[in-house]
Design a protein around this ligand. Structure first.
Ligand code: NOJ
Length: 537
């Protein structure tokens, strides 16, 4: 059993987060791109209709958009596509006025190649900012300094012909890597965090948090052995090597400690959740810090990587909970702007079970925009791909999960533009906020109901977790318990009916039948792919 220690009263431990990819959420000026004014116009939906507590907003900073905002040219200004700084400040205020919290993306690893820091760095080998990025001489044959490949494909080094050196880029050549071993870079980047914290933001999602420190000697990565078992999705060209040397060098932890020191000085109790694609759980957990002095939480992608059987899910959940350091707290998620959408991966019935699972496990849930509607990935002709990763390697295209939010059955889906930057999903006429609100059996109403119960349930918000010992095969069951409240969750992952013997209780939510509210004494019956949340008052 995982008990109640670890809930230290931080707001983010009991909050439910919602990720907004701002280009695709709501377009207030009809230019085809979502913007900050659009986000403001939908805050009531988030706080009152859906009932989430916090927002993670993907980048809206000044950017040439080579990687759609993850290439930042000015960390302290807003790209005109999204609005201006005054609108960002108003957004922070409006979020807080509704009792919600806001975290921003903090892109540590790199800037845009159009950032003034890089402009200066590339001017000459002796530039004052040369060492702000990672420059190396070519090998004697003129080739890159080592065999590292970029996440998006191709070498991780680009030659600057003017100065005759290569600069390193973990992602696109337009995203040169910052040198976090240079104290001036650390200071400048911590100032970026301070800039937004001073304006009241409640923390950060830290982009590529494990990738900022690499082997200082720049040793070659070994090639992937033939019997290599992928812990995560197919990463294309990046999978050709074992990433021994180009991520997670041990001094990454001191950088996170420095960052944490800044956060801890602010009265709003800021949090950080770091994008850590590390599947060795001990290493993954090391990003909390031994004294819980690094990231508030590493992002937990383990459910997304897990098989979908009850036994596998149970092992995944318990392995994660076990590895969290004493006093630490985790999170759960099934999607983000880099992944195939949940409903596309597992289908709608299983996506409903996943929603119940994610919103009732012990930890902080992160909902990806549109997943509460059951939105699915869109498809587009290869020549229309906008995502740079998809342009390099089409099977890794991320446009599909970034289609415009589906607000209504209007021709523009209520997004605000008839020519959105990415195509609308063809199902938007029947799958949208307006239609789903009116349908008691919709995915949206399922989310709303679970979230409402969660808000009033100490057991679900911070109670202990105990799995049913027979969670294997087709049924996953667990109990959440606080001093005053007990809830049980039972998920039938099969297409057969099941009866599960548990303590008497009342069905509060069923993923397949919104009218189910019966009391049972002997055991609960589940139809195929049905999940239930049970109260024991
Ligand atoms: C991870 C982000 O989630 C992804 O969208 C981005 O392309 C890369 N980091 C580079 O910043």
């Amino acid at each position: 059993m995982v008990g109640s220690s670890g809930n230290n009263g931080h707001w983010w431990q009991t909050a439910v987060f919602y990720q907004i990819y701002p280009l695709s959420f709501a377009d207030s000026n009809g230019d085809g791109y979502g913007d900050l004014e659009g986000v403001i116009s939908k805050l009531d939906y988030l706080s009152s209709t859906l009932g989430v507590d916090a927002i993670w907003l993907s980048p809206f900073f000044k950017s040439p958009m080579a990687d759609w905002g993850y290439d930042i040219a000015d960390h302290t200004d807003v790209d005109p596509l999204f609005g201006d700084l005054a609108t960002a400040e108003r957004l922070i205020e409006e979020v807080h006025r509704r009792g919600m919290r806001l975290i921003l993306d903090y892109v540590m690893n790199h800037t845009s190649d159009q950032h003034p820091w890089f402009d200066e760095s590339r001017t000459s080998r002796t530039s004052a900012k040369r060492d702000w990025y990672v420059w190396r001489d070519p090998k004697s044959d003129g080739s890159p300094p080592n065999n590292w490949v970029s996440v998006f494909g191709g070498p991780a080094w680009a030659l600057d012909s003017e100065t005759g050196q290569y600069y390193r880029h973990t992602f696109l050549p337009e995203q040169p890597d910052l040198n976090w071993r240079n104290p001036e870079v650390v200071d400048a980047m911590l100032d970026v965090a301070r800039f937004w914290l001073d304006r009241g933001v409640d923390g950060f999602r830290v982009d590529a948090a494990h990738q900022i420190m690499k082997d200082p000697e720049g040793r070659d990565n070994p090639p992937t052995p033939h019997d290599y078992v992928r812990p995560w999705k197919d990463m294309g060209e990046f999978d050709r090597f074992v990433h021994l040397y180009d991520l997670g060098h041990s001094d990454v932890h001191s950088a996170h400690r420095r960052f944490r020191e800044v956060l801890d000085l602010y009265p709003q109790d800021p949090m950080s959740v770091g994008e850590i694609h590390v599947f060795d759980l001990s290493e993954w957990a090391s990003y909390y810090g031994e004294k819980l002095d690094q990231l508030s939480m590493p992002f937990n992608f383990h459910l997304m990587a897990s098989g979908w059987g009850a036994a596998e899910l149970r092992v995944t959940i318990e392995a994660v909970l076990w590895h969290i350091p004493v006093g630490g707290w985790t999170n759960w998620t099934f999607g983000n702007h880099d992944e195939i959408r949940l409903a596309t991966r597992v289908g709608e019935p299983a996506a409903r079970l996943a929603a119940l699972l994610m919103l009732t496990l012990r930890g902080t849930p992160f909902i990806y925009y549109g997943d509460e509607l059951g939105m699915v990935d869109t498809e587009e002709p290869v020549e229309d791909i906008k995502d740079p990763w998809g342009i390099n390697q089409p099977f890794l295209n991320r446009d599909g999960c970034r289609s415009p939010m589906q607000w209504s059955a209007a021709p523009d889906a209520g997004f605000g533009s008839n020519e959105p930057w990415l195509p609308l999903a063809p199902d938007h006429e029947r799958r949208n906020v307006e239609v789903e609100l009116a349908d008691p059996s919709s995915m949206l109403n399922l989310y709303r109901k679970i979230l409402e119960i969660r808000r009033g349930s100490p057991a679900l918000r911070f109670g202990s977790y105990l799995s049913h010992p027979e969670s294997r095969g087709d049924v996953l069951a667990y109990r959440r318990e606080s001093d005053t409240d007990t809830k049980t969750v039972v998920l039938n992952l099969s297409d057969d009916s099941q009866r599960v013997r548990i303590s008497p209780g009342r069905v509060l939510v069923s993923t397949s039948d919104p009218t189910r509210t019966e009391f049972f004494a002997e055991g609960v019956d589940l139809s195929p792919y049905e999940g239930v949340l049970i109260g024991h008052d």
